[in-house]
Ligand binder design. Structure first.
Ligand code: DAH
Length: 337
């Protein structure tokens, strides 16, 4: 009669292997070795029928108990190892939310764009709309229709960029031609501003650039007078520069307005000196301009004004050189973000 197999030794060996497994892979190996189909325990349980009858019952009972004990140990060990591995992963992947973030460069609007938008907001608030016109313009719109006949010094090649091979197409020298284009296509009354880029053959120095920016404004309605012009400009300047501002109009000449004025705004510099700063040209729309666009000058009246946007930005921010506005130097631009 053969001795009963040493089940308690198999059981202890399996439990020891389970306890010794350091990770899930080792645990799986232990499971295959001690509970798998080819394991001694499985083979033993599979061959119970070959044992002497009186051993079958006790061996089967003890063998199944050993298997359950090892299965239980495996489950407990697996849960412990899984928790351990999760803990290790969480520790490794931990995010320290107190670390400073990676800086992400954010752009900002150019100072000219910032002030242009402010100007637009102010005039939109007064009921004006914003119009646009081409930068490559005809001499008719830039000069002739604006009561500036050929031969006037403004036509001179020395002042104006002509398109090569053409004597009737230029880079617009002012935003005033937008007046003509708007009136040609819109019946009165009109209240419009037209910001935009203009070009002149100015000598380039700290205050002159061959490309700069203007804002044109004009109103056409019945019964408009110089008082309306002055009130509009005063309201605008106070909105832009401050409530305490005054404006001063002094006579001047522009071909397309009659009378025409130069507009100055009161100004206090860094040293506390007060004075007047010339900021715009303006006047009452000349009847000849109305005739050119087909408006009845007996019925309609209007005022117009135009100012340099770059000049206003420079004064506003104390910028000494207009070229700084066009160089794209981040050290300069970052000061306005
Ligand atoms: N276009 C003029 C210039 O470039 C500025 C100007 C003056 C515009 C008088 C006007 C105006 O509308 O009425 O110097």
């Amino acid at each position: 009669m053969s001795a009963p197999p040493d089940l308690s030794a198999l059981r202890e060996e399996a439990l020891a292997a389970v306890a010794a497994a350091r990770d899930l892979a080792a645990l799986e190996e232990a499971r295959v070795r001690h509970l798998g189909r080819r394991s001694p325990l499985a083979e033993l349980l599979g061959s119970i029928g070959t044992l002497p009858p009186e051993q079958r019952g006790p061996v089967g009972k003890e063998g199944n108990a050993a298997r359950r004990a090892v299965e239980q140990a495996l489950t407990t060990r697996r849960e412990a190892l899984e928790a351990e591995e999760m803990g290790a992963r969480l520790a490794a992947e931990r995010v320290d939310v107190t670390l400073p973030g990676d800086p992400w460069p954010s752009g900002s609007l150019h100072p000219l764009t910032q002030v242009r938008r402010e100007v637009e907001e102010i005039f939109l608030g007064m009921g004006y709309r914003i119009a646009d016109g081409p930068e490559v313009e005809t001499t008719y719109h830039n000069f002739t229709a604006l009561n500036t006949p050929e031969g006037h010094p403004a036509w001179s090649l020395a002042d104006t960029f002509f398109v090569e091979g053409r004597d009737d197409v230029i880079l617009r020298a002012q935003t005033s031609p937008v007046q003509v284009r708007v009136m040609e296509s819109t019946p009165p009354p009109v209240y419009v501003i037209a910001p935009g880029t203009v070009y002149r053959r100015d000598d380039v120095d700290a205050t002159h650039s061959p490309m700069f920016h203007q804002v044109e404004g004009f109103a056409v309605d019945e019964g408009l007078s110089l008082a309306h012009l002055k009130g509009t400009l005063l309201a605008f300047m106070r909105e832009l520069f401050g409530r305490d501002r005054e404006i001063r109009l002094i006579p001047h000449f522009f071909p397309f307005t009659e009378p025409s004025v130069d507009v100055s705004v009161s100004w206090t510099d860094r040293h506390g000196n007060t004075g007047w700063l010339e900021v715009a040209g303006a006047g009452m729309v000349d009847p000849n301009v109305f005739r050119a666009v087909g408006y009845d000058p007996e019925r309609w009246t209007g005022f117009a004004f135009g100012f340099g946007l770059d000049r206003i930005v420079m004064v506003r921010h104390g910028i000494p050189d207009i070229r700084l506005l066009f160089e794209g130097d981040l050290r300069f631009l970052e000061q306005f973000s």
